[in-house]
Ligand binder design. Structure first.
Ligand code: SUG
Length: 444
């Protein structure tokens, strides 16, 4: 039995929405570019996501679900000057602004690691759990997410005495923020150290692929969360990793408890990071660094396999951590060899199949937002978002009923797709505790 007061990490996975498609929207994300205009399989994508959630829940790990967003985003289309019936708006947008229209349809909220940055109450000066919604301002299709993400997090964590949900930082290049994908936490059970990984400062221009996270955004989030500077680190991601396609830190590094698992070239100054972690962890825990050398796995292999976009978890009672890796890791000889050799702090590997998401650059770690809560917070959180077998059954039946098997680019023009999506999302508000006014279309 778990101690009611002890912090427990819950992985909240983003449920893949019914409009999942490959639009090639993310410059610097090689999988997104490579699969542009491929035929997507939304039903498989959503079932693969639920399959991963089921697997982790069956391992005894608390698992939560976050709902998809309204797509297409009608409020944004109206703001772009399209008016009339929804069908007319969509037909005109598709005809006149197809690039915008495709962005408004993206199912990208599935990648919950980008929803926001979470600091458990044990780390925060005011003793509350803090959550800062990410502005995701680098990519238009992702910038749309902040408004509903904030609504979802407020719905999930309504008690302001225990939870502080912060709106996204202003969506400006200087404050570019991608949430937990650029944030790691290491701990030995209680308070931990928080490591923010940035790509550039507000003044710097990054040559090459977009650098999505600024130091200024990281500092702002740390201040809002009232983190102790003695336990907070700001580390730069290596520009080499960004230009190899690591558009987020979680493509080249993952941390859990005392363990940091990372690629040799993940950070601009690894030695400085190690020594800061050692210094700031004093009295809390003994850090363990598990580094994969570039001579064993090149950055290219790391990016194509998503070895580091794995989840590190501790199964109940286990002496070592388990790596939840995408099946693509065992299809690449180099990363398969690393996975087979892991021992010590990371004792074993479990593979999950999330191929549809992977083809848009989203691995197991992208699909989840980690929220560590103590017993009182778990009791204060809105109930009904945690996966049970019954909820997984309901969600699977819902997906089978509403989702298309395939979506080719030309199918996106069809207004029937968004009507189907609305019916599906409306139905979902009766499966998850969202209420009949959660989605904007339910209010109009
Ligand atoms: O932001 N892909 C996402 C993938 C996000 C992965 N998240 C983490 N690493 N945590 C992105 O680039 C592609 C959508 C498209 O092209 O249709 C996309 O948005």
């Amino acid at each position: 039995m778990r101690d009611a007061d002890c912090d427990v990490e819950i992985n909240f996975d983003g449920l893949v929405g019914p409009t999942h498609n490959y639009a090639g929207l993310s410059l610097g994300n090689l999988a997104s570019a490579r699969n542009r205009d491929a035929v997507a399989r939304p039903r498989d994508a959503a079932l693969q996501g639920i399959g991963k959630m089921r697997k982790l829940a069956a391992m005894g790990l608390p698992q939560g679900v976050l709902p998809p967003h309204e797509r297409p985003n009608m409020a944004w289309l109206h703001a772009l000057g399209f008016s009339g019936s929804d069908q007319h708006v969509w037909e005109r947008a598709w005809r006149d602004e197809q690039g915008m229209a495709r962005a408004m349809l993206a199912a990208s909220p599935m990648w919950a690691a980008n929803a926001g940055t979470i600091s458990p109450s044990a780390d925060c000066g005011d003793g509350r759990l803090h959550a800062s919604v990410a502005n995701l301002q680098t990519m238009l299709h992702r910038m749309l997410e902040a408004e509903q993400t904030e609504r979802t997090l407020r719905r999930l964590m309504p008690d302001e005495d225990r939870f502080a949900v912060h709106a996204a930082l202003a969506p400006h290049d200087a404050l570019s923020d991608e949430g937990a994908a650029n944030h790691m936490r290491m701990h030995g059970g209680a308070a931990g150290i928080e490591i923010f990984v940035y790509d550039r400062t507000a003044e710097e221009r990054h040559a090459g692929f977009p650098a999505r996270q600024t130091l200024e955004a990281c500092r702002a989030v740390a201040r809002r969360h009232a983190l102790d500077p003695a336990r907070t680190i700001f580390a730069r991601q290596s520009p080499e990793a960004i230009n190899a396609g690591a558009f987020h830190n979680d493509v080249v590094a993952v941390a859990h408890e005392q363990v940091l698992f990372h690629h040799e070239h993940a950070f601009a100054d690894k030695a400085a990071l190690y020594s800061q972690i050692r210094e700031k962890a004093q009295g809390l825990f003994e850090p363990v660094f598990v580094e994969v050398a570039a001579s064993d796995v090149s950055l290219d292999d790391a990016v194509s396999s998503y070895l580091f976009n794995s989840q590190l978890v501790r199964e109940p009672g286990a002496a070592s951590l388990t790596l939840i890796a995408p099946t693509e890791v065992r299809e690449n000889n180099k990363t398969a060899a690393i996975a087979a050799q892991l021992s010590g702090a990371i004792g074993r590997v479990e593979f999950v199949e999330v191929r549809e998401s992977m083809r848009n650059g989203g691995g197991p770690a992208c699909l989840r937002l980690r929220v560590s809560m103590n017993g009182a917070e778990r009791a204060a959180m809105r109930q009904g978002f945690l996966l049970t077998d019954a909820l997984a059954d309901q969600l699977e039946a819902w997906v089978r009923k509403h989702y298309r098997e395939e979506i080719a680019p030309a199918d996106l023009a069809d207004p029937a797709l968004f009507l189907e999506t609305r019916i599906a999302l409306d139905d979902l508000t009766r499966i998850l505790p969202l209420g009949g006014d959660f989605y904007p279309f339910q209010r109009s």
